[in-house]
Design a protein around this ligand. Structure first.
Ligand code: ATR
Length: 270
């Protein structure tokens, strides 16, 4: 687009990503592509901020008139919930914020798009529609919680939450039941066999020496298997599922499918 200057100017709209560490973030490049595609004079800048000073950064950003919003990632997602002036239902239910819009008056409006990104990626790439289905989610931490809520929002009929620490699975189930009283919920790890969708929301699979997050031998070819882990691209679970003939969903598309949602929440695109 010839109207867009190839440098930042006084008219450029500024966005950010807040993280600690920051060196590994890919969002600036990925969002630059979205801005270019939409013909926007905008830039997304990495901000390296330590948890103790997150609040003072947010006050500063609130005062910045040419600032449109920001993305939060590790370790700021939970802390950001209380630093927003208002949050969406998704952020409130999950207890974390990963994208914030700065309104014209400086108010910060947070949302949580991890779960929706996961469901959109799943539907677009495997053709799986969660409505009326049974899903098994291993884990009860941040990632598992976002995926479980998004699956419930997308209409799964039955949900099993299996976690090493049963108390955390029960606490997540109680929060899900509160928002989705119609959902059939179980926290009995049992078998993955009678589920249409099997999801790993634990961190097991990041390191080669990790034990399996669930019993691979129980997978069958009619199941869809998803992993939230992005690195490695193919986890032991995904390899086992592929060998069984299951449709699989890698972790990275969950992030890729979010980028337009984030640009929209920050008001960069319609
Ligand atoms: P994230 O934000 O990436 O989801 P998290 O909130 O720390 O990270 O959650 C990590 C998840 O992986 C939890 O469900 C955790 O189980 P516990 O609640 O029992 O801690 C799970 N997890 C991590 N290491 C594990 C291990 N060695 N065995 C079983 N589960 C594990």
């Amino acid at each position: 687009n010839e109207k867009i200057p190839n440098t930042i100017t006084g008219r450029t709209r500024i966005y950010g990503i807040l993280a600690d560490p920051i060196y590994h973030v890919k969002t600036p490049q990925v969002m630059a592509e979205v801005f270019r595609r939409h013909g926007l004079d905008a830039v997304l800048i990495p901000f390296h901020v330590k948890p103790a000073r997150l609040g003072s950064l947010i006050s500063g950003l609130s005062a910045m008139e040419n600032f449109g919003g920001f993305i939060t990632t590790v370790p700021h997602k939970s802390a950001m919930l209380d630093l927003c002036d208002d949050v969406t239902d998704e952020a409130r239910h999950i207890g974390a914020v990963n994208c914030v819009r700065r309104e014209a008056d400086g108010r910060m409006i947070g949302t949580m798009l991890d779960g929706l990104g996961f469901v959109i990626a799943l539907t677009n790439l495997t053709g799986f529609n969660p409505r009326g289905k049974a899903a098994y989610v291993a884990g009860a931490g941040g990632a598992a919680c976002a995926m479980a809520f998004a699956l419930a929002d997308a209409g799964v009929r039955r949900l099993t939450i299996a976690n090493r620490t049963p108390d955390k699975a029960q606490a997540l189930a109680a929060r899900l039941r509160h928002v989705h009283p119609e959902l059939e919920l179980s926290t009995d790890a049992g078998s993955v066999a009678d589920h249409d969708l099997v999801v790993n929301g634990t961190s097991l699979g990041m390191n080669p020496e990790d034990r399996p997050p669930l019993d691979f031998s129980m997978l069958s070819p009619d199941q869809v298997v998803a992993d939230a882990i992005m690195d490695p691209v193919m986890t032991p679970l995904l390899k086992a599922a592929e060998a069984k003939g299951c449709r699989i969903q890698r972790g990275l598309p969950m992030l890729q499918c979010q980028i337009e949602l984030m640009a929209r929440h920050m008001g960069a695109i319609e």
